[in-house]
Design a protein around this ligand. Structure first.
Ligand SMILES: [Zn+2]
Length: 200
């Protein structure tokens, strides 16, 4: 089944986090991987080119051979998730998480030129290899200021970048996760009231 790469799936706010969030309910038996089929990398990259056009300075992501880069993309994704999730939880990278990410990013950048200049993606307007862009995006999150803005959504466990002025954003996407939590609270309240009545 093909994935609909809707705007909500780009709630991470940064290419690296959107990619980490292609695993749904990570660590849960109900979880699944939206990039399990390598051809989804092509479709994800096309959607990310639109949703992340600001970060990419309007350059389009290109995927030369989805089958070939699939294992690398998955390793980069897992390295990104592991490092930044541990940074949100503990304020520092988990054991081995930083070298793992740097190795994966080095492999993603290997053989790809044309990244650099004023901003990482500023420059000639041709496409940029997905794995190279993913590496640059992940490395950009290591700066102290950006790392301090990383959050984990308490509803869906996705990673996201909090760009709110006072840094108090709670949900990856208020319209989806914020509303689901509100509905859950409402349901719990109603159930609690119902139970109280039964005890009367
Ligand atoms: Zn969420």
């Amino acid at each position: 089944m093909t994935v609909h790469w809707t705007q909500h799936r780009f709630a991470g706010g940064v290419l690296a986090l959107d990619t980490a969030n292609t695993v749904v309910l990570r660590g849960d038996p109900r979880g699944f991987d939206r990039l399990e089929d390598p051809s989804e990398i092509v479709r994800f990259a096309a959607a990310a080119s639109r949703h992340r056009s600001g970060e990419l300075a309007e350059r389009r992501l290109s995927v030369s051979d989805a089958e070939a880069i699939h294992p690398l993309v998955i390793e980069m994704r897992e390295a990104i998730d592991s490092l930044f999730r541990s940074m949100v939880a503990d304020g520092r990278p988990g054991p081995g998480a930083l070298p793992r990410l740097l190795r994966a990013c080095a492999e993603g950048l290997d053989g790809h030129d044309g990244i650099g200049g004023a901003g990482p993606f500023e420059g000639p307007g041709q496409g940029v290899a997905f794995e190279a862009a993913l590496a640059v995006s992940a490395l950009s999150l290591l700066s102290g200021e950006r790392a301090g803005r990383l959050r984990v959504c308490p509803n869906c466990r996705w990673l996201f970048m909090d760009r709110s002025r006072n840094g108090s954003r709670l949900w990856c996407d208020m319209a989806v996760c914020g509303n689901r939590q509100k509905a859950k609270r409402h349901y719990r309240r109603r159930r609690a009231t119902g139970e109280e009545r039964r005890h009367e």
